[in-house]
Design a protein around this ligand. Structure first.
Ligand SMILES: C[S@@+](CC[C@H](N)C(=O)[O-])C[C@H]1O[C@@H](n2cnc3c(N)ncnc32)[C@H](O)[C@@H]1O
Length: 392
């Protein structure tokens, strides 16, 4: 059993876990328990840290959790040779970073008496941030350990040994070092692209023993094709704009030079998603569709009606066009716009209520409501609403 600590928008991370692992349950507001023997954080966009569960306390405060931890690890590490690097991260406790640090110091003193040397990572917060965990390589070898101590609202506590944190260096590099970027088209964060691809995970992983291929019909600068290649898929991108296809080509060539994607191929073509005839195979579709113009403040009602109508028309025509070209059961994750109002509610696209008529079934998640699958930073007016669908 594993615990996953989810990102800023936990519902998205949870939906992703559910699609990839199936047997997943909420533990606290920001964490999930996964029943699996194997868990790999590298392929997930919405999980910040994960750990193998080593103990569960039915009810615990920091004092009892801390005592348990000190006792268990004094025993476990007595006789260990070489230095151990330790980070302790607490979640859901009403304590200060000093309280966490104290636990580490008590453990360090006890181990010192047993001639075991411990290097403690200092806590700026009660939980180490992902950067600290990643840069110190915590969880990646037996002498670099991060203990995750997570408390749910009902008082239950899980203690887990981290198996690694999200590789934020690699994600930042893929976001910032790509040669072609375009602020107007919008920058899809690689993490969100990973989540979208995982939300469209094809059922059969070994179809005809060829690589599975993901289509992005609005590929822009190519973040989804890029992440698809890194997730072990072949990529197929189309976009109305010749310039965007050239950008994606340059970006994927850079990816090929800088990352290991040699077994995988890509195909790109300029085409209108409302009329395109795509070549097969298409095993899944993941795209951030047309989002309309960007806004720095909520638009006037008249402007919103115009932009929403326009986006609705284009995306409806796209779904009508692609539906008959997909095999029944093909999964899709389509990012569509939703607009934030001054009262922080969102205006959605009308087509969300006509998906069945358009020939698609909307996926029902066990742990999250579909309305929660909305990605937006706090200051963003245009959110991406993720429609997780299956061709009927
Ligand atoms: C929100 S952007 C996608 C950005 C992309 N995810 C990226 O990583 O850069 C939407 C894209 O849809 C394209 N587009 C707009 N209307 C289209 C249409 N009818 N058919 C195909 N592409 C279209 C635009 O050129 C733009 O690149």
């Amino acid at each position: 059993m594993y615990i996953a600590l989810l990102g800023r928008q936990p519902a998205l991370g949870m939906a992703e876990l559910e699609k990839v692992h199936g047997d997943v349950k909420w533990f606290s507001d920001h964490s999930a328990v996964i029943t699996t023997d194997e868990f790999s954080i590298e392929k997930l966009g919405g999980t910040l840290k994960a750990g193998r569960i080593v103990a569960t306390l039915p009810r615990g405060d920091w004092r009892t959790s801390s005592m348990k931890l000190v006792k268990a690890y004094t025993d476990a590490w007595s006789g260990v040779e070489g230095k151990i690097t330790l980070g302790i991260s607490a979640y859901g406790f009403d304590i200060s970073p000093r309280d966490v640090q104290k636990t580490g110091i008590v453990l360090k003193q006890k181990l010192k008496k047993l001639d075991v040397s411990l290097r403690l990572i200092p806590n700026q917060e009660i939980a180490l941030n992902t950067a600290a965990s990643h840069h110190n390589k915590l969880g990646l070898s037996s002498n670099k350990v991060e203990l995750l101590v997570v408390r749910a609202r009902n008082g239950k506590v899980i203690i887990a040994e981290s198996t690694g944190a999200q590789n934020i260096t690699a994600l930042a590099r893929r976001d910032q070092e790509r040669p072609k970027r375009d602020a107007f088209v919008g920058m899809l964060p690689p993490k969100l692209a990973q989540m979208m691809i995982n939300l469209a995970t094809p059922d059969s992983v070994d179809k005809d023993s060829r690589a599975l291929r993901i289509l992005d019909p609005f590929c822009g600068t190519g973040v989804i094709p890029q992440e698809a290649l890194l997730l072990d898929y072949d990529a197929y991108g189309t976009d109305l704009s010749e310039k965007m296809i050239a950008y994606t080509q340059t970006n994927l060539e850079w990816l090929k030079k800088t990352h290991h994607i040699d077994e995988h191929t890509w195909e790109l073509k300029a085409d209108d998603a409302m009329t395109a005839r795509w070549t097969q195979p298409i095993d899944a579709v993941a795209c951030e569709s047309y989002l309309g113009q960007p806004f720095s403040a909520p638009p006037s009602p008249g402007k919103l009606t115009e932009v929403r109508g326009n986006c609705n028309k284009i995306i409806t025509a796209f779904l009508e066009n692609i539906g008959p070209q997909l095999e029944s059961g093909t999964p899709l994750c389509v990012g569509v716009p939703a607009w934030r109002s001054t009262d922080d509610s969102f205006t959605h696209l009308p087509l969300i209520n006509t998906l069945e008529q358009l020939g698609f079934t909307r996926h029902e998640f066990a742990n999250v409501r579909n309305e929660e699958l909305l990605y937006a930073r706090d200051d963003q007016v245009v959110a991406r609403e993720l429609l997780v669908l299956r061709k009927k």
